[in-house]
Structure formats: C-alpha cells, structure tokens
Ligand binder design. Structure first.
Ligand SMILES: Cc1cc2nc3c(=O)[nH]c(=O)nc-3n(C[C@H](O)[C@H](O)[C@H](O)COP(=O)(O)OP(=O)(O)OC[C@H]3O[C@@H](n4cnc5c(N)ncnc54)[C@H](O)[C@@H]3O)c2cc1C
Length: 387
C-alpha cells in the first residue's frame, strides 16, 4: 500500500519551507557552500522547531520515532543546503537512531535528551583508507585495558568529525578470522588526546566536509562502548539492524530534495530563457525532458515514503529501503544532469545553483552503501541463485 502524507507531516513541511525561506536564503546557502561553513546558529534555530526529537522516543524527550517526518525534514532542508541537512542527519540519524536502538541504558539516559534538543552530533567513523564497501574488514582496533578502551587506526571520509561531539567509530575487537563477530562501536569525542582530524576536500556536501581521522593510542572509558559490555564484539548487528534502513533512506531523502530543487530551477528557467523568438519551454524536446524529470521525481517520492512508512509501521523494508536508495540516488543523478543541460551554459557557472546540485548529487550513489552494493543486497535478499 502506498504512503499518503498525513496532515501533520504536511504542516511540518509548511513550517520547514517558511524556515528555509527565512533562515536559509539562496545567497547564504551559496556562501556556506563556497566557504565550507556549517551555520551552527541556523541549526540552533532549526532545533527550536522540534525536528531533532523526531527519532527520539517520548520517554527521552522526543516525539518519535517518526521516520516519515524525519525524511520530510531532510528532503526540505536538502532542497536548499546540505550544510544544514547533513548536520541534521548527524544528530537525528547517526546519533538518535543508533543510540535509541543500540545504546546502553546509561547512554540512552545521558545522550537521548540532548539529541532531542539538537545538542549532540555524531560523525560516522566507518570507512577507512583500505576499507570502503567491505566494512566488516575494518583495520582500526580497540582493546580493553581495565576500565579503559584503547583505540588505534584511521578513518577516512568521516563527514563532519570536526563538528561532532562523538565519532561513532567501528573498530575490530577480536581476531580477524571471527568475521562479523569481532567488531564493536566506540564513542570517541574528537577532542580526546590521540585523535587528529584533518578536513579533506570533496567536491560537494560542503559545510559538513569529509575528514581523515587518525587515532593513536586513544583512551576512552569502557562506558564509551556502544551497548555497554554487551556491545563488545556485537557491533555488526548494530550496523545492520533497522538503523541500516533509515541510513539508506536518509541518503535517498537528500537526493530527492536536491533533485526537486534542480527541477524547480530548470522549470522556471525554461519559461524565462528566450531563443528563436520563444521561451525554450515551448520546444518539444525541452517539454518532454521536463515532463520526464517530473515523472521520475514522482516515482522517487513514492518509493521514499513507501519505505519510510514501512519503517514506521514496523513492516519489513530491507528490500524496499535498498531499492529506494538505489533508484532515487541513480535517478537523482540523471535528473540533475538533465536539468543542467536544460539550463545550458549558465548551468555550468557559479551564478546558478545547478552546479552545486550536481556536485552534491554525484556523492549520493556512492556514500552510505554504493549503488552496486544495493544491487547486491536486493538480489541476495530476493534469493537470486548465485549458480
Ligand atoms: C562526500 C562523502 C561523504 C562520506 N561520508 C562518510 C561518513 O560520514 N562516514 C563514513 O564512514 N563513510 C563516509 N563516506 C564513505 C562512503 O560511505 C564510501 O565511499 C562508500 O562506502 C564506498 O566505499 P569506497 O568509496 O571506498 O568504494 P569501494 O568499496 O572501494 O568500491 C569502489 C567501487 O567498486 C564497487 N564495489 C565494491 N564492492 C563491490 C561488490 N562486492 N560488488 C559490486 N561492486 C562493488 C563500488 O560500488 C564502487 O563503485 C563518504 C563518502 C563521500 C564521497
């Protein structure tokens, strides 16, 4: 059954659109993109709308979990700027979803109320210099030493580590042959001695840039093990639990928001730009192109919110979330490139936002589980014989 948006979600969207218009005008969003700025003051005002409580249960001061509303928030923010959308994800998804699902009672009591208020951001420390898709092979290690944990290794592409309160760090805690049963997740504040964070220069997602993180004899208390003592060597099940569905969808929601913004810009431009004595929207090729991208957007929206509402209903959605991540990110890429073509030469200049949409969008079929990995997941989950 397809998802029908509730009046509460529509009202939330309306207030987010007013917020974006007022607090995130295009000119500011361009500045954040060009100067790689996280606008913490704007984020703080966003938190006043209560949207950082959407993945936290009422018992801890939130109003969730409400994954449909969380995705609507990401979509609306991503239409204008990932410099706010990504930190929002670092709060509600990386922090809220993971601690809500896998945190120890003490971690929940300490962190969730602050997450609901938007006061805590997590960076995801999964990827490493030698480890991309094959996350179970992480080389960063941690060992117990009394009531301490000592971590050594390196993380790469760790978005926003320098902005975060904790790096949600996947580490190997037993011998390499115990694959999937030798992983734990440790919460590491970036200010801990032995942690060095270096901002790297990816083409998009400015404002919450990727970082390289070096971890040399980093000492944290055993209470930093996600899930407490029971979490030791149980990190893999935390990564692939229902949190994984939300992780796929949050990337898809960004892709949908960016694609919608690109289509809106190309739609308006086509009705203003005059060539051969008429607006280019009068040429059949442009009309068909815009009709196609509107149709693609509709399909993307249905897939995203169908999967999100499945999460909210507790219905199975591993396949649907993988399909949504694959379809929306790949379609999103083709949509923004089509829109850039419609805008023509101006679409290749910094005067127009379409070049930003393209830079941001190119990241999304790769980050958070690449398209090929989603294809593998879909074929495996649907039981396709490997011969
Ligand atoms: C801007 C940006 C932000 C990011 N933010 C974070 C973050 O915050 N935290 C974090 O941990 N990571 C982050 N990442 C890393 C991202 O999640 C990884 O890039 C992703 O997991 C893929 O890893 P890889 O790029 O090393 O590709 P690889 O795993 O090296 O793969 C290279 C290519 O081979 C393909 N491939 C690999 N294995 C298979 C297979 N079994 N079957 C078919 N094809 C395969 C992939 O699809 C890809 O096309 C970010 C990346 C970017 C670009």
């Amino acid at each position: 059954m397809s998802h029908v948006e509730s009046s509460e979600t529509t009202m939330l969207r309306d207030s987010l659109r007013r917020f974006v218009d007022k607090e995130m005008p295009r000119e500011l969003a361009r500045k954040w993109d060009r100067e790689d700025i996280f606008p913490r003051d704007v984020f703080a005002r966003l938190c006043e709308l209560g949207v950082t409580g959407l993945t936290v249960s009422e018992a801890y001061g939130g109003t969730g979990p409400n994954i449909v509303a969380t995705m609507a928030t990401i979509e609306e923010l991503a239409k204008r700027s990932l410099a706010v959308a990504v930190p929002y994800i670092m709060c509600v998804c990386y922090a809220g979803m993971n601690i809500g699902e896998s945190g120890s009672p003490q971690q929940k009591a300490e962190l969730l109320p602050k997450i609901a208020q938007g006061k805590i951001l997590f960076a995801y420390g999964l990827t490493e210099p030698n480890v991309g898709a094959d996350l179970a092979s992480v080389e960063t290690t941690a060992r117990r030493q009394g009531d301490k944990v000592i971590v050594n290794g390196a993380k790469s592409f760790c978005s926003g580590a320098h902005l975060s309160d904790y790096i949600y760090c996947l580490v190997r805690t037993d011998s390499p042959d115990k694959r999937y049963k030798n992983l734990s997740i440790i919460l590491i504040p970036p200010s801990t001695p032995g942690v060095t964070v270096r901002v790297t220069d990816a083409i998009g997602m400015k404002g919450a840039p990727t970082t390289d993180v070096s971890l040399v004899d980093v000492e944290v208390p055993a209470s930093a093990i996600v899930g407490g003592d029971a979490g030791w060597n149980n990190g893999w099940s935390m990564l692939v639990g229902s949190v994984l569905n939300v992780e796929r969808l949050e990337v898809a929601a960004m892709a949908l928001g960016i694609a919608e913004a690109a289509v809106a810009d190309a739609w308006s431009y086509s009705q203003e730009r005059v060539q051969f004595g008429r607006t280019i929207s009068g040429f059949q090729a442009i009309r068909h192109s815009l009709a196609n991208v509107r149709t693609d957007l509709h399909a993307c929206r249905l897939m995203l919110y169908d999967a999100a509402s499945r999460v909210d209903r507790g219905a199975p959605c591993n396949v649907e979330s993988a399909m949504a991540k694959l379809f929306i990110c790949e379609k999103g890429k083709s949509i923004v490139l089509e829109c850039q073509t419609i805008i023509g030469a101006y679409g290749l200049t910094r005067e127009f936002d379409i070049e930003k949409y393209v830079r941001d969008m190119l990241i999304l079929p790769i980050a958070g589980g690449s398209s090929n990995i989603q294809r593998n997941n879909i074929a495996n989950m649907l039981g396709l014989s490997k011969g």
